[in-house]
Design a protein around this ligand. Structure first.
Ligand SMILES: Nc1ncnc2c1ncn2[C@@H]1O[C@H](COP(=O)(O)OP(=O)(O)OP(=O)(O)O)[C@@H](O)[C@H]1O
Length: 268
């Protein structure tokens, strides 16, 4: 697997530094002056309920969505002032981003490698290795349009990794991925961080974040409710419990809610 270039120094700026990020869609504010620092070398989880602003925040942090206000820096580079430099040090797997679907998985990786101006022989070797570890070798010549949702997630991760970036930003990387591939991805991410990389990933699966990540931020309503090490945040409980405490039980169905949804006799 390609290892990220080592870059860790005491005084180095954080892997991601978001300051006062705001996003408004047609006047509706969905991210509210959000500030967050992700230390280098972390495996950082971003969790929050549906509509919390995770994808919007990650999109602003990676140069995919222009903030209404605020700044985003990756490894010290201002994403919106110097997007080319910022994108060169990042690998991004956005949620729902359309890939070049008429290319096969192998062609897509070669294309991404060429866009990254990598030597063709490196791209070829890394592509085959990534396809193998992600269990896509048998479908390497299938067009991405014919991939399942889980296969699309995996080829998108491979495309994000191919240039051995120093920072990986992954929106729901495990969604729709089978357990065997999930295990392979966990191993890849742990090894990547152990060799100097930083991962920021969003997920809805608390157990996954608790078992994999070392730091976590809980986001709701476009604001950071808590950010800490997983150990500190879950002290005395699980991330699942802590998440429900932080986000509130307002989203839960009241005991007497949906009373009509049951095995009651249906009217004839
Ligand atoms: N292009 C858009 N136009 C208008 N509103 C948007 C747009 N994209 C996102 N939103 C709104 O911004 C809010 C945050 O959405 P976002 O997709 O960032 O949440 P999320 O935390 O990633 O949710 P999920 O866990 O469901 O994927 C939601 O209220 C959503 O409706």
């Amino acid at each position: 697997m390609p290892a990220p270039a080592p870059c860790v120094t005491e005084s180095a700026p954080p892997a991601i530094e978001l300051s006062g990020l705001v996003k408004e869609f047609r006047g509706r504010r969905v991210v509210h002056e959000l500030s967050l620092a992700v230390p280098r070398g972390s495996l950082f989880g971003l969790v929050g309920p549906n509509g919390a602003g995770k994808t919007t925040t990650l999109s602003m942090a990676t140069g995919l969505l222009r903030p209404t206000a605020g700044t985003a820096r990756v490894l010290g580079i201002d994403v919106w002032a110097d997007p080319a430099a910022a994108k060169a040090v990042m690998g991004v797997s956005p949620d729902g981003m359309r890939l070049f679907e008429q290319l096969s998985g192998r062609e897509l990786l070669r294309y991404v490698g060429a866009l990254r101006r990598m030597p063709a022989e490196d791209v070829a070797a890394r592509s085959e290795e990534l396809l193998a570890v992600l269990d896509l070798a048998g479908d390497a010549n299938t067009v991405v349009a014919d991939y399942s949702a889980g296969m699309v997630k995996k080829i998108s991760l491979a495309a994000a990794l191919i240039h051995a970036p120093r920072l990986l930003v992954l929106d729901e990387p495990f969604e729709a991925v089978d357990p065997v591939s999930g295990q392979a991805i966990r191993t890849i991410l742990r090894r990547y961080v152990a060799t100097g990389g930083t991962v920021v990933m969003s997920s809805h699966v608390m157990e996954l974040v608790e078992g994999l990540c070392d730091r976590v931020a809980v986001v709701a309503g476009g604001r950071v409710l808590a950010v800490d090490t997983v150990t500190a945040l879950t002290a005395g409980g699980s991330l699942h419990e802590r998440f429900l405490e932080l986000v509130g039980a307002g989203q839960l169905v009241a005991d007497d809610g949906l009373g009509w949804l049951g095995a009651a006799e249906q009217p004839r």
